[in-house]
Ligand binder design. Structure first.
Ligand code: HEM
Ligand SMILES: *[C@@H]1O[C@H](CO)[C@@H](O)[C@H](O)[C@H]1NC(C)=O
Ligand SMILES: CC(=O)N[C@H]1CO[C@H](CO)[C@@H](O)[C@@H]1O
Length: 325
């Protein structure tokens, strides 16, 4: 059959392209025009699939934003968060802080359209970078130009994924987790504004609303409301709660107003406000000036998107975001 000959040729070409693109992480500079010659439609494709997915399931927008953060914080933005576990390597998806990561299927769908348009060209890490950028815009937040040219790693690091910031972290440890990745306290404060959208599960805010983490910096009526969706016992399941009660699906600066009202959902959120000094000034500035927040957030997302895998990491353009080539 002629068509089967043709598809063998296509497969061989794909394999060749995949092998040719395997390399050791080089430090080339990211650029918004990286795919201008090789896949000029990449941004349009991502946006189109995102628009259609977000329209049918809005909750994937915050989910994808969170996925990008998790990808970048574990050995750089290398698509490793997207890998499924195998017999040989445990997935970052299996690490505890990942417990409720969602949105993988959106990335897989974007990737399959791109594999049709420009095979073996656009990395999964870049797909996720663009999808998270578009997610913010679709939620009413800022738009910005996203530098591209990331490569996908061939390994996931479950242990490093356990080292993501925890919802119980204090200000000092948050600052140091971000600083280790080249992000300063201002970047951290702006990036945390992502918690102006989306939800968290009871297990992550229980200690805060019952006061069992020693955190008294909480509005009592807020604590009372949240306790109703989150039973006290460790074995009780409890529900999800929005980070920002008033506008949970709008990317605005309400997060900072919530912090000032002592209505931050996680202990790590409230840790950004209430100890006085310059850190409080920063939160007050973002709560007053939504434009300033939008600008700083966009800048910090580019900076976070620049966290590179460590030198010597073997990289490639993955054909399927769930598995290495
Ligand atoms: C500062 C340290 C951070 C900590 C401790 C933290 C922790 C968490 C936790 C515990 C959840 C709830 C997960 C669940 O229960 O389902 C969550 C959700 C979320 N996080 Fe963070 N996060 C941090 C920073 C960030 C950053 C930098 C971003 C993005 C730029 C981000 C974006 C999100 C989003 C959008 C959600 C909601 C996800 C959804 O509704 O599906 N977070 N985060
Ligand atoms: C913050 O948390 C770290 C790690 O859990 C702890 O060692 C440190 O003493 C805490 N700092 C403050 C100021 O509570
Ligand atoms: C420990 C844990 O809850 N892991 C979860 C991480 O996320 C994946 C994908 O959503 C779940 O299937 C795992 O159970």
């Amino acid at each position: 059959m002629a068509s089967s000959k043709g598809s063998w040729a296509a497969l061989a070409l794909l394999l060749f392209a995949a092998l040719a693109s395997t390399a050791v992480n080089g430090d080339h500079k990211l650029s918004a025009r990286y795919y201008d010659e090789t896949c000029p439609n990449v941004q349009r494709v991502v946006r189109a699939v995102m628009a259609y997915k977000v329209a049918s399931e809005p909750a994937v927008a915050p989910a994808l934003l969170r996925l990008f953060f998790h990808d970048c914080f574990v050995n750089g933005c290398d698509g490793s968060v997207l890998l499924d576990g195998t017999h040989f390597s445990e997935s970052e998806k299996d690490a505890l802080p990942n417990a409720s990561l969602r949105g993988f299927e959106v990335i897989d769908e974007i990737k399959s359209v791109l594999e049709h348009d420009c095979p073996a060209t656009v990395s999964c890490a870049d797909v996720l970078a663009l999808a998270s950028r578009d997610a913010v815009a679709m939620l009413g937040g800022p738009a910005w130009s996203m530098p591209l040219g990331r490569m996908d790693s061939r390994t996931a690091d479950r242990d490093a994924a356990e080292n993501l910031p925890s919802p119980h972290d204090n200000y000092t440890s948050l600052v140091s987790t971000f600083r280790e990745r080249g992000l300063d306290a201002r970047d951290m404060t702006a990036l945390s504004g992502a918690h102006t959208v989306g939800m968290a599960s009871c297990v992550n805010y229980r200690a805060r609303v019952y006061g069992s983490d020693g955190d008294t910096n909480i509005d009592p009526s807020f604590a009372e409301t949240r306790r109703q969706s989150c039973p006290a016992g460790d074995n009780e399941d409890g529900g999800m709660a929005p980070f920002d009660e008033q506008t949970p699906m709008t990317f605005d600066n309400a997060y900072y107003k919530d912090l000032i009202a002592r209505r931050g959902l996680l202990s790590s959120d409230q840790a950004l406000y209430g100890s006085g000094g310059r850190q409080d000034d920063l939160v007050e500035m973002y709560s007053r000036d939504g434009k300033k927040f939008a600008k700083d957030f966009a800048k910090a997302m580019v900076k976070m998107g620049n966290i590179r895998p460590s030198k010597g990491t073997t990289v490639e353009v993955r054909l399927n975001c769930k598995m290495v080539n």
